[in-house]
Design a protein around this ligand. Structure first.
Ligand SMILES: C[S@@+](CC[C@H](N)C(=O)[O-])C[C@H]1O[C@@H](n2cnc3c(N)ncnc32)[C@H](O)[C@@H]1O
Ligand code: SF4
Length: 407
């Protein structure tokens, strides 16, 4: 049931708005994905603010990690009992630091405890500096269907400046190994790198395209707080006009090669979109396991957000205690937060989402945000098509402003 309260429009006149009572009321639960975080890297890159930690002397504590993961998973089971898992993403950090046997145990554990769809997309992130053909084949034999490689650039000087542990030749070799081992491969690239010219940026992208890649994630290098680059910024970063020209140039190059931009940072050939990330953007559910992992889980009467302890050691100790202390946060998302959370994700998609998805995923009526929708359309930021929630090209350019209208 809904209640009607008066709100003010821009002209100060009162008009009705529908608000659902506290708490969501969902008629069906969204698709469920699983994210597993592997928190170690060979060493920390100076630009990276992910929850990643240099490998301790003596190597990663794989046995303790897998035991903790099992405890984490088993404690989460009551929240997702009976639900099918449509995708799994093993991210990091550097999951390719796991041994083949370790990764096999991890996937076997997920399959034993969860109802993982037979054709689920199972992605694993890998760093070219840790790639071995045999291990990639073993990962795929254990069930990995998609590798996501952290390539960043094909320019050796650039890779050195980024503090990467691999050179361009290793990056090329890793792509070859991954493409031979698994049916699907994503390349992570970055642009607007220190000293990078428009020509160098396009050269990088042409090399990526040259591998016949079906999916590319392309990130503008950002200076994240608490990173080495934030403290000691590289001097010759491209200015805003240059990086905008890079974005336009690579989008055109990729489109000509058959890779359409379908999300702010994602490009794919038809049929090759990342199902796991699509579920995030369509406000689906995900169980996050491992240190620092975030999750969003829907129930018929509420939507809950969770976060695990960030420190690998603290998470491993707490998970082993099996008393819920590995959770840093578990809280119900209020109905007043849901419109922004939904739009934050959905409007990142170039085609947006069906308007009906808003009610399906949040339990709120679209009428609850009618005022904001109208205001965004009036400003030319939101498409006027009432059957879709989709940013216009202008809205996509000023995405933050558009998303904030739903705060
Ligand atoms: C978890 S990493 C990928 C796997 C592996 N750790 C690696 O780097 O090879 C995810 C991706 O985020 C991107 N990334 C990380 N920090 C970034 C930053 N400050 N700006 C832009 N992209 C960033 C990089 O492209 C990186 O490949
Ligand atoms: S290897 Fe990847 S996750 Fe690790 S520090 Fe570098 S960018 Fe971050």
């Amino acid at each position: 049931m809904s209640i009607t309260i008066p709100i003010r429009n821009d002209m100060g006149a009162a008009r009705p708005r529908l608000v659902t009572p506290a708490g969501a009321s969902l008629t069906s639960l969204p698709p469920l994905s699983v994210y597993v975080h592997v928190p170690w890297c060979v060493r920390k890159c100076p630009y990276c603010d992910f929850n990643s930690h240099a490998t301790p002397d003596g190597g990663i504590p794989e046995r303790a990690y897998l035991d903790a993961l099992r405890s984490d998973l088993e404690q989460a089971l009551p929240s997702i009992w009976g639900r099918q898992v449509v995708s799994v993403f093993i991210g990091g950090g550097t999951p390719s630091l796991l041994s083949a046997a370790g990764l096999d145990e991890l996937l076997a554990m997920l399959r034993a405890c969860l109802n993982v769809w037979p054709d689920a997309e199972i992605t694993m992130e890998a760093n070219p500096g840790t790639a071995e053909a045999g291990r990639f084949r073993d990962y795929a034999a254990s069930g990995v269907t998609r590798f996501s490689l952290g390539i960043q650039s094909f320019d050796d000087a650039q890779l050195r400046q980024l503090g990467r542990i691999h050179d361009a030749a290793q990056a090329r070799a890793a792509i070859d190994m991954a493409q031979r081992a698994a049916p699907r491969v994503n390349l992570d690239m970055m642009f607007a790198l220190p000293g990078q010219t428009l020509q160098a940026c396009v050269r990088d992208l042409r090399q990526a395209i040259g591998f016949g890649t079906e999916h590319l994630s392309l990130y503008h290098l950002t200076m994240e707080p608490n990173t080495v680059f934030a403290k000691f910024p590289p001097e010759d970063l491209p200015d805003d006009d240059t990086s905008a020209a890079m974005q336009d140039a690579v989008e055109a190059e990729l489109a000509a090669a058959g890779l359409a931009r379908y999300e702010v940072s994602a490009y794919a050939r038809p049929g090759a979109r990342c199902r796991h990330n699509l579920n995030y953007w369509e406000f689906g559910d995900y169980l996050g396991l491992g240190p620092g992992a975030h999750g969003k889980l829907s129930f018929h009467d509420r939507i809950v957000r969770e976060a695990r302890l960030r420190s690998p050691d603290s998470w491993m100790r707490a998970a082993a205690a099996r008393d819920g202390s590995h959770l840093a946060e578990s809280r119900q998302v209020g109905p007043d937060e849901l419109p922004f959370e939904f739009m934050l994700n959905a409007l990142r998609l170039k085609d947006g989402v069906a308007a009906t998805l808003f009610n399906e995923r949040t339990g709120l009526s679209l009428a609850a945000i009618a005022h904001q929708l109208e205001a965004a359309a009036d400003k030319g930021l939101l498409d006027a098509d009432p059957t879709r929630l989709r940013a216009t090209p202008l809205g996509w350019r000023f995405l933050n402003d558009l998303q904030e209208m739903f705060l």
